[in-house]
Design a protein around this ligand. Structure first.
Ligand SMILES: NC(=O)c1ccc[n+]([C@@H]2O[C@H](COP(=O)([O-])OP(=O)(O)OC[C@H]3O[C@@H](n4cnc5c(N)ncnc54)[C@H](OP(=O)(O)O)[C@@H]3O)[C@@H](O)[C@H]2O)c1
Length: 283
């Protein structure tokens, strides 16, 4: 399968490049292919002739999206819809990634694919719009929501919580981590494996794909430190102590019901941490 991957230098993109070893993957860097540049995207699709177009790129600095809604919708919605239609016109598979931030967090059980999105932020709204534009393309399209992604990345811009845990040194201030936000932190490697199996099926549609929780960020940080054999101070704080422009859901754990029906399983959040630590050692 020949794959055109957008966002190949990111956490998920890096995992796909490493783990989809049975695919021929072309992953132009962002500076060569901006998903919002319709001419560049069209000519990349015409040149590469992919069997699958995979979008792991996004404008997902949630607070900046709040101040730049036009850019958020251009990249996360309009460009995604355009990519879905380009893939459809070639008969290619299209897969794009969405987010737990489509939900408002009023639930206290993990969200299923059938739950109604109600985003609290521009970022979440732009991703819901991208989901709808993908699904209305009528092509062989997958939309996969995930949550709290962590993995290796060939760009240095992202620093997920687990890297802050692993980077802590004696003498540093204690880590302060929110203990009233529930999520499903997801190892990019496990997500990439599930996506590879998913696109081998003709079961197009909307999916959730996470290392299931729910778990608070605080509990997750404690477990990450424990798994890495680190004795370090981690202090719980409330989300209200964390100042940010965008409102975030207090509960955004997801459940993988539809993937499970396809017998595609993903290990739980503790296994995600262990697998991530193992992949760091291996590399
Ligand atoms: N990270 C999370 O916690 C999380 C949670 C839920 C859902 N998601 C979704 O999961 C997907 C993957 O996330 P990630 O954590 O792997 O992201 P990431 O590490 O930030 O990587 C994003 C990638 O997209 C590229 N990119 C950004 N804007 C682009 C554009 N306009 N055109 C082309 N490429 C562009 C980046 O390149 P440069 O670095 O060179 O700009 C980078 O390669 C995204 O759709 C995100 O919304 C992430």
């Amino acid at each position: 399968m020949r794959v055109l991957l957008i966002g190949g230098s990111g956490q998920l993109g890096t995992a796909i490049l490493r783990r989809w070893s049975d695919c021929e993957i072309v992953a132009p860097p962002h500076r060569e292919l901006d998903i919002a540049d319709s001419d560049a995207l069209r000519s990349a699709v015409e040149r590469i002739e992919p069997d699958a177009l995979v979008n792991a790129a996004a404008f997902h600095d949630v607070d900046t999206c709040e101040r730049e809604p036009e850019a958020a919708f251009a990249i996360n919605a309009v460009a995604v819809g355009r990519a879905a239609r380009l893939a459809r016109d070639r008969g290619a598979i299209f897969l794009t990634i969405s987010t737990d931030y489509v939900f408002d967090g009023a639930s206290d059980v993990a969200y299923a694919e059938t739950d109604l999105p109600r985003p609290l932020s521009v970022y979440g709204a732009s991703k819901v719009a991208g989901e709808h534009l993908t699904q209305s393309s009528g092509g062989k399209a997958f939309v996969v929501r995930t949550c709290g992604v962590y993995g290796e990345s060939s760009t240095t811009s992202r620093r997920p919580l687990i890297r802050r845990v692993l980077g802590w040194r004696a003498g540093d201030a204690p880590l302060r981590v929110v203990d009233d936000v529930f999520v499903s932190p997801t190892f990019a490697g496990h997500l990439a494996d599930a996506l590879r199996r998913l696109i081998a099926t003709p079961a197009y549609g909307l999916y959730h794909a996470v290392n299931e929780g729910p778990v608070t960020w605080y509990e997750y940080a404690l477990e990450a430190a424990r798994s890495a054999g680190l004795a370090m101070p981690i202090h719980p704080i409330g989300a209200s102590q964390w100042k940010a422009d965008a409102v975030r859901p207090r509960f955004s754990a997801l459940s993988n019901g539809r993937l499970a029906r396809l017998r595609i399983t993903i290990p739980d959040w503790r296994e995600g941490i262990r697998a991530y630590l193992g992949s760091l050692k291996a590399s």
